[in-house]
Design a protein around this ligand. Structure first.
Ligand code: CU
Length: 86
């Protein structure tokens, strides 16, 4: 079992989450080269840590973004809203 942290526009969240499951473990459960993925960490196991660094310069302050885990099925509960607050 693994977990990661993926950020997409909320409109893309479900499609990317499902494509991630289809991409399989070798791809880290993320569709390779998918431009809908704004940022993503590596897939890690329980008790491990990781981080992700990305620019928010292309994101809108009024945007609606969702972060989630793309391991199959996890996105149903491992998700949240990502807001840019000035
Ligand atoms: Cu997970």
């Amino acid at each position: 079992m693994g977990h990661n942290w993926v950020l997409t526009d909320t409109n893309d969240f479900m499609a990317v989450a499902q494509a991630g499951g289809a991409a399989g473990p070798a791809a880290g459960y993320l569709p390779e080269g998918d431009s809908r993925v704004i940022a993503a960490s590596s897939m890690i196991g329980g008790g491990e840590t990781t981080s992700v660094t990305f620019s928010i310069s292309s994101l809108a302050a009024s945007g609606d973004y969702t972060f989630f885990c793309s391991f199959p099925g996890h996105y149903a509960i491992m998700k949240g809203s990502f807001k840019i607050i000035d």
